[in-house]
Design a protein around this ligand. Structure first.
Ligand code: S3P
Length: 424
């Protein structure tokens, strides 16, 4: 499709859709709890619909209506052996967290996904779960389809070799079913929505900086979950508001859990005009209003323990850097290679086509600033965040930008193009 351009200014207010990570977990905890869970502002994107589909196949009734989702949980033992193969589509969060849930059930499950999922490493989840007694069969012992042979699990003490909330969460779900206390030691702090939701559903977890302790045999009760907007979706408008001349964009009800706000710190360090006002009541995941304005930006170095706090925003941060003065270096981000696509290669290739001086490194990218963006035919690689990054880049292009496979944005933001257009 032909992407939109705009150098005159983007102005207005957006409510980005619900947080993807929290939406997935609301269905999972709702299904594992006893009683009814209602979820409002649930993200109706393809990834989260895959999680709903997986739990329906496991025997859970889930009512989907435009204003809310209702999950009729039956407790851990309410999950039943599915008749077919569970299909997670493009969703890494669904497959990895489900491995932890299904490993401790009393039946076997086959789980698979699309071509991208079939290339993403599952060994990082299977290894700690095997230490807990789990049994799997997988292609090359690392890739989907995966057969999960359900069994009784034992607790473990495990130090995560990668900073991954998906791996951490899979171990937590397994630990909740094991006999005794599991200890997980994180390499760097990653998003903690699973830990938050254990507490919300009446369970217990102890977090002491990087050390997480969780006991087994925990039962949950259905809850009302209000999902805040996704800061990873807001990121596209944060960058658009900063780089398109004469812009001011207000983003309402954005989740600002501190494990997710690395992009705000980066924008401030680059000299961007950004204001964050906290709005949500205590007890919920924190939310707020973010306002950005066109800004003069300077290049910076991004690396270390901020990386997990902005990992999904790095493609659009690379674009932001191309409009700053001076060079920006992104390092310690080798995890980008195992996302929906290899995001180092994809960002470097596609932004280069548009005229940006950018090089890939082993663990990140180096981006020159003050770049003029040109028209080109670009690709999403079936990766939602690549598609949206390229639309924001196209806003400043001096001629037409054509995006192949634009549908990929439906994974996390079905109304993305309409929301961009609403700011004209
Ligand atoms: C997610 C964790 C992150 C993130 C992904 C969602 C989650 O992945 O990139 O989009 O919901 O737990 P990793 O755990 O692989 O870092």
């Amino acid at each position: 499709m032909q992407l939109m351009t705009n150098k005159q200014g983007l102005n207005g207010t957006i409510r980005v859709p619900g947080d993807k990570s929290i939406s997935h977990r609301s269905i999972m905890f709702g299904a594992l709890a006893k009683g009814t869970t209602t979820v409002t502002n649930f993200l109706m994107g393809e990834d989260c619909l895959s999680t709903i589909g997986a739990f329906r196949a496991l025997g859970i009734t889930i009512d989907v209506s435009p204003d809310k989702i209702v999950v009729h949980g039956k407790g851990w033992d309410g999950l039943q052996k599915p008749t077919g193969i569970l299909d997670v589509g493009n969703s890494g969060t669904t497959i990895r967290l489900m491995l932890g849930i299904l490993a401790g059930r009393s039946f076997d499950t086959m789980i698979e996904g699309d071509a991208s999922i079939a290339k993403r490493p599952m060994g990082r989840v299977m290894e700690p779960l095997r230490e807990m007694g789990a049994t799997f069969e997988a292609k090359e012992d690392n890739f989907a389809p995966v057969k999960v042979i359900g069994t009784n699990l034992r607790p473990v003490e495990y130090t995560l070799p990668v900073a991954s909330a998906q791996v951490k969460s899979a171990i937590i779900f397994a630990a909740l079913q094991a006999k005794g206390e599991t200890t997980i030691i994180e390499k760097e702090k990653t998003r903690d929505h699973t830990e938050q939701m254990i507490r919300q559903f009446g369970g217990e977890v102890t977090v002491d900086d990087l050390v997480i302790r969780v006991s087994g045999n925990q039962q949950f009760q259905g809850q009302a979950v209000v999902v805040p907007g996704d800061i990873s979706s807001a990121a596209f408008f944060i960058v658009a508001g900063l780089i398109v001349p004469n812009s001011k964009i207000r983003l309402e009800n954005v989740g600002i859990n501190p494990t997710r706000t690395g992009i705000i710190d980066v924008v401030k360090a680059m000299g961007g005009k950004i204001i964050v006002e906290k709005t949500s009541a205590a007890g919920d995941e924190p939310a707020g209003t973010i306002t950005v304005e066109t800004s003069e930006l300077k290049g910076i170095e991004i690396g270390g323990d901020i990386i997990p706090r902005l990992i999904d925003e790095l493609p659009v941060i690379a674009l932001l850097a191309s409009q700053a003065t001076g060079k920006t270096t992104i390092k310690d981000a080798e995890e980008l290679k195992v996302k929906e696509t290899n995001r180092i290669d994809a960002v470097v290739t596609e932004l280069s086509k548009m005229g940006v001086a950018i090089v890939g490194t082993e663990d990140g990218m180096i981006i020159e600033g003050q770049q003029t963006l040109h028209g080109a035919t670009v690709k999403s690689y079936g990766d939602h965040r690549m598609g949206m990054t390229l639309q924001i880049a196209a806003l400043l292009a001096d001629s037409d930008v054509i995006l192949e496979n634009a549908d990929a944005i439906n994974v996390s933001y079905p109304n993305f193009f309409e929301d961009v257009a609403s700011l004209y």
